[in-house]
Each structure stands twice: as structure tokens, then as C-alpha cells.
Design a protein around this ligand. Structure first.
Ligand code: ATP
Ligand code: LTN
Length: 330
């Protein structure tokens, strides 16, 4: 049986960007690939690479787990778990640190970006983050990794680490394949459309959170930055604001940019924004209704316990093999 894996960090409430670039797609893939095992996890150890408030972190972990299900994942063929409940992620990452190089980690764009925002110093965990991510993936010999565009570079490094290990110690890890959605892979901030919509950024006006009131999300769409031309046309370089809104529209409706342009020909941004606000509002309403059912039920714990058991079973087996290959232990 083929395997697919992805993770979401509990660094805040997931955003519309996380949803359109990742979580919505997870549910779609699950219905398209009935013969595949789906491993999804809450990347709480990754969250610790930047400072977190312990109480909020705990709440965010639960929220992300519930939101995976609220965004449409089904229990069948699903292994949903919390990273820190499976110690073999850290164990494998420890081994990978010995075969990854400082130079290659220094080149990572996400590291360079996040580093700038750390006022109290940059943690070494932020630096080695992609090594832990490689461990998350390679531990389970997965075939596919669906992620947004921002994670492509990390995935490439993961493949390099896998090949390096295989060459040095003999065939051990499956080389994974990335899956990036064509539309929605990079949703930008509504106020600063050249910047990624980020759940851990401080200014929330440009960011729609999956659990925020629908009315406030609609307001954010209506006050999104555009340009003075008032022509609904996709042009990422010259019209980043409206292009970003069109990519949100397109990922929700599956309409092409051409079709959207035609639909709004002769109409201004007002009509377009109103319709988009409705679309986003309806999507949020559905997610929030499901979330309320899940968060207050015992079902979430049952699913997470089952996930923990399965992930530990697979992870421990792989770690034993890896330790043997590199010569650790007695
Ligand atoms: P942080 O803000 O803490 O860095 P993040 O939201 O960028 O968090 P994750 O929560 O780990 O990071 O992201 C989960 C998934 O969502 C990843 O597959 C990532 O590629 C995708 N993703 C994140 N932001 C966006 C975005 N703005 N547009 C599309 N996809 C996104
Ligand atoms: N680095 C990713 C989250 C993440 C992940 C993973 C995604 C951690 N481990 C393994 C896919 C597979 C991020 O910042 N979005």
C-alpha cells in the first residue's frame, strides 16, 4: 500500500492559506486515492523552533488535530497523530544531523526569513528544522508529500539526505515525491500581497483564520488591498492584490482565471470582493460547524490514540533498522 504524509505546525490557528494550500487538498487526495495510507501529524516539535506559550501551544495542538478532520479527512486509511508522541522522529533527526551540512541548512529560505524575526536570538532548532522535517518523512517510507510551495526547498533537502544515507549505508529509505497544488499553493497576505499569509505573523488584518467569526473574515476580504485599475485580471507581477484574491476564488470554485475574468468583465472590484467574501464565508461556516462537533467529542482522542500506536509501531521498526545500519548500540 502506498503512503502519503504531511504535517501542520500548531503555531497558531490555521489560516485560509493552510487550508487552500494544504488541508483542503489532503481531503481531496484521500477521496481520489482509496488504496493509499494517509499519515497526517501535528508538528508540535517543529512549533518549538520559535518561542511558544505552553498553554496556547497545548490548545493549538488540539485545534490543529480537530481542524484536519473538520477540513474533510475521513477515518478510513488515516493515521492522525501528534509528533511529540512518537519519539522516533527526534531519534532519526539526531542521526540525520550527522549527515547534513551546515552550508546546506544555511541556504534554506524559510530559515533566512524566520531568523530575521527572532529578537531574542535564533534557536539552533530553527536552524536544524529541515533535518527534523526530513526525519518526519523518511521515517515512514512515504511515497507522496503534499505541501504548499514554501516547503519545496525542504523537500528537496529531504531527498538529498535520503540519497546520501542510502549511498553511505545501503538502501534504507524510499525517496518521496512532492505534490503541490497548481492553484492555492501560495496564498498571500491580504494587506501585503507580496508576503505569504502566515499564521504566526502579528498583524492579523491580512490573514484569515479558520476559526475566526465569519463576519470578520468577510470584512477582511472586502478591505483587501488591490489597485486603482478596477479590472479583474490575473497579473501576479503588476496586480498582486487582485491576483491573490483570484487564486483564492479559483481554489474554492475550481474556476480557471480566464473564466473568472470573463465572469467579472465590466464589473468593478466591489462585486468581485462581495462574491468572494460569500464563498470564503460559506467555506469557513462548514469547517467551523464540523470543528465544533469534533472538538467536544471523545472521537478525537480515540483517533489520536490509534494514530499514536500505528506511528510508533512503524517508527520504532525503522529506527531499529537505521541504528543497525550506522553501527549504534551493542
Ligand atoms: P508558520 O506561520 O508558523 O511558519 P505555516 O502556516 O507557514 O506556519 P505550517 O502550519 O506547517 O506552516 O503549514 C502547513 C501547510 O500549509 C504546509 O504544507 C504549507 O506549505 C502550507 N501553507 C502555509 N502557508 C500557506 C500559504 N500562505 N499558502 C498556501 N499554503 C500554505
Ligand atoms: N515544515 C512544514 C511543516 C512540516 C511538514 C513535515 C510538512 C513539518 N514536517 C513533513 C510535510 C512533511 C511547514 O513549515 N509548513
Amino acid at each position: 500500500m502506498k503512503k502519503l504524509l504531511s504535517g501542520v505546525k500548531p503555531t497558531g490557528i490555521p489560516t485560509l492559506g493552510n487550508y487552500l494550500g494544504a488541508m483542503k487538498q489532503f481531503a481531496q487526495l484521500q477521496s481520489e486515492m482509496p488504496d493509499c495510507e494517509f499519515l497526517f501529524f501535528v508538528a508540535d516539535e517543529h512549533a518549538l523552533t520559535t518561542p511558544q506559550n505552553p498553554k496556547e501551544l497545548k490548545q493549538n495542538i488540539k485545534n490543529v488535530a480537530a481542524l484536519y478532520l473538520a477540513c474533510g479527512l475521513k477515518e478510513e486509511n488515516l493515521t492522525l497523530f501528534i509528533q511529540s508522541e512518537v519519539p522516533s522522529h527526534i531519534q532519526l533527526s539526531g542521526i540525520f544531523e550527522s549527515i547534513s551540512y551546515i552550508g546546506e541548512l544555511e541556504r534554506m529560505t524559510q530559515y533566512k526569513e524566520k531568523k530575521k524575526k527572532q529578537i531574542d536570538g535564533v534557536s539552533s532548532a530553527l536552524f536544524t528544522y529541515p533535518v527534523l522535517m526530513a526525519a518526519d518523512i523518511l521515517l515512514y517510507d512515504v511515497d507522496y508529500v503534499p505541501v504548499g510551495e514554501d516547503q519545496k526547498q525542504h523537500l528537496e533537502l529531504c531527498k538529498i539526505i535520503a540519497n546520501r544515507f542510502n549511498n553511505r549505508f545501503g538502501e534504507t529509505f524510499t525517496i518521496p515525491q512532492g505534490i503541490t497544488p497548481k492553484i492555492g499553493a501560495r496564498i498571500m497576505d491580504l494587506q501585503e500581497p507580496t508576503k505569504k499569509m502566515d499564521k504566526s505573523s502579528i498583524d492579523s488584518k491580512g490573514c484569515i483564520y479558520l476559526l475566526e467569526p465569519v463576519s470578520s473574515a468577510k470584512k477582511k476580504i472586502k478591505s483587501a488591498v488591490t489597485d486603482s485599475e478596477s479590472i479583474v485580471k490575473y497579473d501576479k507581477t503588476n496586480k498582486p492584490g487582485i491576483s491573490n484574491l483570484m487564486s483564492i476564488y479559483s481554489s474554492i470554485t475550481n474556476f480557471s482565471y480566464k473564466k473568472i475574468e470573463k465572469l467579472y468583465q465590466g464589473k468593478g472590484y466591489g462585486d468581485f470582493k462581495s462574491d468572494l467574501a460569500e464563498l470564503v464565508g460559506n467555506e469557513l461556516k462548514e469547517i467551523q460547524t464540523k470543528y465544533q462537533e469534533i472538538i467536544s467529542s471523545e472521537q478525537l482522542n480515540i483517533i489520536l490514540n490509534k494514530g499514536r500506536e500505528r506511528a510508533n509501531f512503524l517508527g520504532n521498526k525503522k529506527i531499529a533498522k537505521v541504528y543497525k545500519k550506522v553501527g549504534l548500540g551493542r
